[in-house]
Design a protein. Structure first.
Length: 344
């Protein structure tokens, strides 16, 4: 060997993190590390978090990809949404993808387009791909197929409101409080003939409950009419506006709370095209604070909903880094006043 030259490093000299290394770093047994990556349901959230953090610090997760595939798990997480055309779900996906990437994971996004049949097909696809977990924002209630996957060992997080007792984590903003904020804002302006327009979703039901409570608590001679729609899109909102414009003056509302911003933007377009002045003749409040809300022909008053933060938190729950309880109080709604309502 020439003078001054360094010996070549063999492959055997390269230190590759092992299960034992991760166990030592996390302060757990080797079995706990193994179960964390192959049967996460057998490990407590706190231990899973410690193992995953230790694995990330040592660079173990990337080296584990092939082994996890062999034992029936991938580094992919599935994200099921009911309508990717709604910017709320695009924000949800962005938050989930950023958090997943920070931990060496990947997100597979599936759009059911408000179809429960398509939703079932995507869940079957996720199971065939052996995803490590699922973030679900379903069309309605949690599908039985998803509950079955949970029983078979694929963890999932509902990004939305769970109805009744449930054994799975579910995270959402305080939709009841958001609906209360929206209706109270209209009542504070002197609006008394209110309408709530929204679709058949558990979180929308809570927004409606909040609006009802605001009217009941106001002590004013106010009314709240309810109009149900099958889907909450701008096109549907415009159609509802055309129907409202056919009403006589004494049956016309002076304030509307919409179940989401897309619905509200469609209502806004239809009402203005019909000759109505917003907010002089009618005040309108949406929900979600999507980017388009601030760029409407009349900027939309709305309730801000932290969709990206929900997506990120759902990923952390799937990875065992936090629990549903850790998220309590984190996603408070906020009233954002713009020009579709009078100043508060």
């Amino acid at each position: 060997m020439a003078a001054g030259s360094a010996p070549k490093q063999s492959k055997a000299d390269v230190s590759t993190p092992t299960v034992a290394d991760v166990a030592a770093r996390a302060g757990v047994s080797r079995a706990t590390v193994s179960y964390t990556f192959t049967q996460p349901g057998r490990v407590s959230p706190d231990l899973r978090r410690r193992v995953i953090e230790a694995a990330d610090e040592l660079g173990y997760v990337g080296n584990e990809a092939a082994r996890r595939l062999r034992v029936g798990h991938s580094l992919a997480l599935g994200l099921l949404v009911s309508n990717i055309g709604n910017p709320v779900y695009a924000e949800l996906a962005a938050g989930a993808e950023a958090e997943a990437a920070a931990h060496g994971r990947f997100i597979l996004v599936a759009n059911s387009d408000e179809s429960q049949e398509r939703e079932r097909a995507y869940l079957s696809f996720f199971e065939s791909q052996q995803v490590s977990g699922i973030l679900a924002a379903p069309v309605g209630d949690v599908p039985e197929e998803l509950l079955g996957m949970g029983r078979r060992g694929t963890p999932f997080v509902l990004v939305g409101t769970a109805t009744g007792p449930h054994s799975y984590p579910a995270i959402s903003g305080d939709n009841e409080r958001g609906g209360h904020l929206a209706a109270t804002h209209l009542l504070d302006q002197g609006r008394r003939r209110l309408i709530f327009i929204g679709g058949p979703h558990p979180h929308v039901d809570l927004r409606l409950a909040g609006a009802k409570r605001a009217v009941e608590e106001s002590g004013e001679p106010a009314s709240l009419e309810i109009i149900r729609v099958q889907v909450q899109t701008a096109k549907v909102g415009e159609a509802v506006a055309r129907t409202l414009l056919r009403r006589p003056a004494d049956g016309f509302p002076d304030g509307i709370v919409a179940g989401n911003d897309l619905l509200a933007l469609g209502l806004l377009h239809g009402l203005i095209m019909g000759g109505l002045r917003v907010p002089e003749d009618l005040s309108l409040v949406g929900y979600d604070d999507i980017e388009f809300a601030d760029f409407a022909i009349v900027p939309l008053t709305t309730i801000r909903h932290p969709s990206a933060a929900l997506g990120a938190s759902a990923v952390r729950i799937l990875l065992g880094m936090e629990t549903e309880r850790d998220t309590l109080g984190r996603f408070e709604p906020e009233l954002v006043i713009r020009e579709t309502s009078l100043p508060g």
